[in-house]
Ligand binder design. Structure first.
Ligand code: TXA
Ligand code: MG
Length: 342
């Protein structure tokens, strides 16, 4: 299969390209599209065969449900039971990088929910995503557009690396501005629970709902044999091909000594925020205080280290709080929870 790539300007999405993308969706095909978080691998959320083909293309286990993406809240009621907490979150954070798990009306393609009685819904703010969904006329079921287990894609090139020859179309909408997947909360039973930290921070959510709970799955590996509350919260996920190690130390001098020593061995690659006085090579995540920039570049740097032939990859622990929680959640899984304490 030939994989076509079309560009869409986020400031004025070109209609002819997106109309072609929408035609493919109506035809039951898969289209990769940009969002503000990461690129998605989209198909009609109302077409069971199309949804199944996403699982097949990604190599995704069929018990891991997908998010339904909407351009317009008017369409939501048909698919999910809306409640007051959800509407409050909608008013403040959506469209944007937040996904809500609601009770389902079981009207979408069954594989979207993977056997659960809930459905995850999201309203991306990226103008290209919104226009693509609107023209498709159906909610778009989409996981992140990476092969199962790999770091999520934050540019069309990452999608191309994983899916060239396997999907008909990638829409290039530029680099993703958040760079980590959406925050996921459950809001269907009168409580609110954080399942996956992301672009909207725990502190922001706590400002609206001080009683928000945090799922154990956020910073802990799943208990052997258990089915996690969020089926995607696996032991190993977001992983580069080379083993990845998260390095913890309260002493910056010890940390830089450790990285210097590691950097001498060929194939060892360090990924770190900018360090003004580092006398060894490393891949820079961004400014030392610019946590948004660090989050935006994390997945791209993991992929870059692989493309440089990394044998081992090391990175320091991310900052506490804010988007640091989402970075830590991804880095722990990319490392299969391998943490080096020095
Ligand atoms: O930012 C994002 O959320 C991106 C873009 C493309 O929108 N999508 C994304 O999808 O990250 P995916 O499939 O890679 O991650 C979705 C996560 C999975 O961990 C899945 O288990 C969880 O959402 N999920 C989906 N439906 C759920 C449900 N009904 N209950 C609990 N977790 C659910
Ligand atoms: Mg994913």
């Amino acid at each position: 299969m030939f994989t076509r790539v079309i560009s869409a300007d986020p400031l004025s999405p070109d209609h002819s390209g997106l109309e072609y993308a929408a035609k493919l969706i109506k035809n039951g095909d898969i289209v990769a599209f940009p969002t503000e978080t990461v690129y998605g691998l989209g198909a009609s959320g109302c077409n069971e065969d199309a949804v199944k083909s996403i699982f097949a293309a990604k190599g995704r286990p069929s018990d891991n449900p997908l998010i339904l993406h909407f351009s317009d809240i008017g369409m939501l009621d048909r698919y999910a039971c809306v409640n007051e907490r959800f509407l409050k979150l909608y008013e403040i954070f959506m469209p944007g990088p937040l996904t809500c798990v609601l009770k389902s009306r079981n009207t979408a393609a069954p594989s979207v929910q993977a056997g659960l009685d809930t459905v995850a819904v999201r309203f991306p703010v990226h103008p290209v995503a919104r226009e693509f969904i609107r023209l498709s006329g159906v909610p778009i079921a989409a996981p992140s557009a990476n092969l199962s287990g790999r770091p999520s894609p934050t540019s069309w090139e990452h999608v191309y690396d994983d899916f060239a020859g396997r999907i008909p179309l990638i829409i290039d909408g530029g680099m993703c501005s958040v760079g980590l997947e959406s925050t996921i909360v459950t809001v269907y039973d009168g409580n609110i629970r954080l399942l996956r930290p992301g672009g909207i921070t725990l502190e922001q959510l706590r400002g609206v709902f001080p009683d928000i709970k945090v799922s154990d799955a956020v910073l802990n590996p799943p208990a052997p044999g258990s089915r996690p509350e969020s089926p995607g919260m696996l032991l190993r996920h977001y992983s580069p091909k080379a083993p990845f190690y998260l390095v913890k130390s309260a002493d910056p001098k010890k940390l830089s000594d450790f990285f210097r020593e590691k950097s001498i061995e060929p194939g060892n690659i360090i990924i770190s925020p900018r360090m003004e006085d580092a006398d060894y090579d490393y891949l820079c995540l961004g400014g030392p205080e610019d946590y948004e920039e660090q989050a935006r570049n994390l997945f791209a740097m993991l992929r870059k280290a692989d493309s440089m032939g990394a044998v081992n990859i090391f990175a320091p622990e991310p900052p506490d709080g804010g988007v640091g929680l989402a970075m830590l959640n991804r880095m722990l899984r990319a490392a299969s929870f391998k943490v080096i304490q020095i």
